[in-house]
Structure formats: structure tokens, C-alpha cells
Design a binder for this molecule. Structure first.
Ligand SMILES: C[S@@+](CC[C@H](N)C(=O)[O-])C[C@H]1O[C@@H](n2cnc3c(N)ncnc32)[C@H](O)[C@@H]1O
Length: 207
């Protein structure tokens, strides 16, 4: 068991340091390679626009907020939230907290100036590598993200949420179809092929 773990962590290190997105992120002062995932989805679907109001859930270390900020400009607004403390990004309001705790959700609601155009979430549980544990945790988090989106999205708003493929994802997808005009699955190029992560993009919130 010990041997297996050390092989996979060596493989992770090898992949990490030879990964072109990791290199590009470092070269361009981006907080993580996840920047490229949001960039790919945004370029494909033309989601983020000037002056938008956005909530970023599971935001640490901050590359999605970084990307979104340059798209929405100085009249846009971002509230970001993570359990981990995210270092300052001027123009982003950060809340450190766990979204499964009601106090955190209330804090997000209190900071809203108005309903938001986009709720985006790259949220991920601490992965164990055991799919029967990781997938239900991911679905639990995705449902919390949906609850926050339900309370905060404006009519026709957009939800983008990461989830790990497996049992229960279809039900989540079907639920989103009840509340949004268009629901799609995205797998951006920067998302590793062997990773179970996918992104569900739901456009056109039906209030
Ligand atoms: C893949 S990282 C996000 C990367 C980020 N999108 C970026 O571009 O820098 C996933 C994040 O989800 C956060 N997270 C996991 N569970 C959470 C919870 N219950 N509440 C808030 N954040 C959570 C983790 O702390 C982690 O920082």
C-alpha cells in the first residue's frame, strides 16, 4: 500500500512539473493551472462579460477569480469563498469559510449588491482516490453550489460547477435541466484526461 502511494505521488510530481499548463501558469503569474480551464470554457461559450457580478465558490488559490476579474472590468463585482485563506486580489471580496456551513452562506448573501450573473465553482473535496468516497462528496458540494446559485442568480443567469463523474451525476444534471434552459457537460483541454472531473455548464436560469 505504501509502495503504491509513493509511485502515484511520484507520477503526480512528474506530471505536474512537465505539464505545459503548469509552466504557462508560472510564466504568466497565474495562481494555478485551473485558470486555463475557465479560459477554455469561457472562450468556447462566451460567458463572462463586462460589468458582470460573479460568485466564485472554492476559489483558492484564486486563478478563476483572476481570470474573471480581467473579463468583467472595473465595474464588475466578484465574491469569492474558500475554506483556505486566499491572498488578496484587489477588486475581489473574499470570504474564508466552508459553504456547507449556513453562516458562510449567509455571509455571501450579505455581501451581494444585487442578484449575480454567474455562479462559478471549481470546488473539490479533499480527494482520497477512492471513488465511492470522492464522488458522493463532490455531488454533495455541487448540490450546495446549486443551492447558493438558486438563491443568488438573476433571471437568465449562468451556473458553472465542477463535479466528479460517477453515480449520482446524472441526477444532478437532470435537476439542473429543470431550472436552466441549457445544460451541458464540458471537459476543457486543461482538465487531465485521467481525471474524473467534468464541468457542468447551465445557462439561462429560470427564476
Ligand atoms: C481545485 S481548488 C479551486 C481552484 C480555483 N478555482 C483556482 O482557480 O485557483 C478547489 C477548492 O475547493 C475548496 N473547497 C472544498 N470544499 C469546500 C467547502 N466546503 N467550502 C469552501 N471551499 C471548499 C478547497 O479548499 C479548494 O481550494
Amino acid at each position: 500500500m505504501k509502495k503504491k502511494r509513493s509511485i502515484s505521488s511520484r507520477r503526480w510530481l512528474y506530471e505536474h512539473f512537465t505539464d505545459r499548463f503548469v509552466k504557462d501558469a508560472q510564466l504568466n503569474n497565474l495562481r494555478s493551472r485551473a485558470w486555463f480551464k475557465l479560459r477554455d470554457i469561457d472562450l468556447k461559450y462566451n460567458l463572462l462579460k463586462d460589468k458582470m457580478h460573479i460568485i466564485d465558490l472554492g476559489s483558492f488559490p484564486g486563478s478563476w477569480s483572476q481570470y474573471a476579474l480581467h473579463k468583467i472590468g472595473k465595474y464588475g463585482y466578484i465574491i469569492a469563498c474558500d475554506i483556505n485563506l486566499m491572498s488578496d486580489i484587489p477588486g475581489v471580496f473574499f470570504i474564508q469559510g466552508d459553504i456547507s456551513i449556513q453562516e458562510t452562506r449567509m455571509h455571501i448573501l450579505q455581501l451581494l449588491k444585487k442578484k449575480v450573473d454567474v455562479v462559478m465553482s471549481d470546488i473539490s473535496p479533499n480527494l482520497t482516490g477512492i471513488s465511492t468516497i470522492d464522488i458522493p462528496r463532490s455531488i454533495f458540494l455541487a448540490n450546495l453550489v446549486f443551492e447558493i446559485a438558486y438563491m443568488t442568480l438573476s433571471n437568465k443567469g449562468i451556473l458553472l460547477v465542477k463535479i466528479f463523474q460517477g453515480l449520482g451525476v446524472k441526477n444532478f444534471f437532470n435537476k439542473l435541466q429543470l431550472y436552466f434552459n441549457i445544460v451541458k457537460v464540458c471537459k476543457p483541454v486543461a482538465s487531465r484526461n485521467r481525471s474524473r472531473e467534468i464541468f457542468i455548464l447551465a445557462i439561462g436560469f429560470k427564476k
